[in-house]
Design a protein around this ligand. Structure first.
Ligand code: PLP
Length: 405
């Protein structure tokens, strides 16, 4: 295998010792570690640039505004958006989806209307639609998937009716690792005149994204899962879609003119960015994108594909281990169970050996119900994960297995 694209030396935290063992960090689907350049960009902002953006008539405000807007351009270019005004900064994927679920639904959803969602969504791309459906007396319809974790596209086609108003689907399942055919799904949705929202939280750090090629109407993601800071994320939306939607939050920056009785609203993207944004985090996000692009998304995707193949082979060689989610097209996430051991016990024992994995339902309780399991152990990889990390995981599982019987 080739070397990991990101060197451990760029991530001081990876030097941590856990119970006298070197940390093996395999919880990247929850959040990735941040390279020094990202931490430095945040620190630089507070040390040298701190000021509120857009409104200030002074040097620091102008500098901060310039860098903030430059980052918007950078994000637009990174995901292939047609225009920077199609990039709305939010607190993350969850807020991006809630924005669309509230604003689009207010505009477009009426009693008896339908929204199509897949049955493998993270709660963040399920509960906002449940809330919207409840509010507007609409109905949710679900795309099923096979035991391997592959969406049933024929069933998806059959779900469309004249009442379908929106499709929401995850690009990559955070639990099963499945990469869904979202471009095909968007094409099918559009053939019915229906827009499509894609939850890209688990995709953007692992594969090149081109929202125009996918032709989705909305694409949502979080910086912290792509080597950037927590508390910042993006809603990409096609300009005409976002223009047609009412504001989500009211407050400063999102207005054009305000009187005591009513207001008119600012143009995109500001219409959807009420209040003071997290400027330092946006700049840190920009540094994360520079860092990813320094290596290139194709290099990262190729490396992680190899790593997934290696890890799958290593783990399947462990007796009594079964993988939940065996789609032919997967991202670098492996959910597994050892015999009848509770995932929580497995995770605790692995932690004592310095191995950080996630256990539980991973905010996808309906997936656990689908397989009749309480949860899984999830190892998820990043561009700094090495084959040595995978070997450490496999050896640790073999070591703890007898304690789990
Ligand atoms: N969607 C998916 C597929 C995720 O994996 C996650 C987080 O794990 C989210 C949405 C929510 O992301 P955030 O908590 O950053 O808003």
């Amino acid at each position: 295998m080739t070397q990991a694209p990101f060197p451990h030396t760029d991530f001081e935290i990876l030097d941590t010792k856990v119970y006298n063992h070197p940390l093996v960090y395999l919880d990247n689907a929850a959040t990735t570690q941040k390279p020094r350049t990202v931490v430095d960009a945040i620190s630089h902002y507070y040390t040298h640039l701190n000021s509120n953006i857009h409104r200030g008539a002074h040097y620091l405000a102008a500098q901060a505004t310039e860098l903030y807007e430059q980052t918007r351009h950078k994000v637009a270019q990174f995901i292939g958006a047609a225009k920077p005004c199609e990039i709305i900064f939010t607190r993350g994927t969850t807020e991006s989806i809630n924005l669309v679920a509230a604003s689009f639904s207010q505009m477009a959803l009426r009693e008896g209307d339908e929204i199509i969602v897949t049955a493998m969504e993270h709660h963040s791309n399920l509960v906002p639609w449940q809330l919207a459906a409840e509010r507007h007396k609409a109905v949710l319809r679900f795309v099923p998937y096979s035991d391997e974790g592959v969406l049933d596209i024929e069933a998806y086609r059959q779900l469309f009716t004249p009442r379908t108003r929106l499709v929401a689907a995850t690009h990559v399942s955070n639990t099963l690792g499945t990469v869904n055919p979202v471009a095909d799904m968007a094409r099918i949705a559009h053939s019915h005149g229906v827009p499509m929202l894609v939850d890209g939280a688990q995709a953007v750090a692992h594969t090149p994204i081109d929202v125009q090629a996918l032709d989705c109407d909305f694409y949502c993601f979080s910086a912290h899962k792509m080597y950037g800071p927590m508390g910042i994320g993006v809603l990409y939306g096609k300009e005409e879609r976002l223009n047609a939607m009412p504001p989500y939050h009211g407050g400063g920056e999102m207005i054009a003119d305000v009187s005591l009785q009513r207001s008119t609203y600012n143009v995109l993207p500001f219409k959807f960015e009420a209040g003071t944004p997290s400027v330092a985090d946006v700049l840190g996000f920009g540094a994360a994108i520079d860092y990813l692009q320094g290596v290139g998304m194709n290099v990262i995707a190729d490396y992680e594909k190899e790593l997934l193949r290696y890890a799958t082979e290593r783990l399947l060689s462990v007796e009594n281990l079964r993988i939940i989610g065996n789609a032919p097209h997967k991202a670098s996430v492996i959910s597994f169970l050892i015999g009848n051991a509770h995932p929580y016990d497995t995770g605790m024992l692995l932690d004592k050996l310095g191995i950080a994995v996630r256990t539980g339902h991973h905010c996808t309780q309906p997936i656990m119900d689908r397989y009749g399991i309480p949860g899984t152990v999830r190892a998820s990889f990043a561009a700094y994960t090495t084959t040595a990390d995978i070997d450490a995981l496999a050896s640790a599982i073999i070591r703890i297995a007898p304690m789990l019987q």
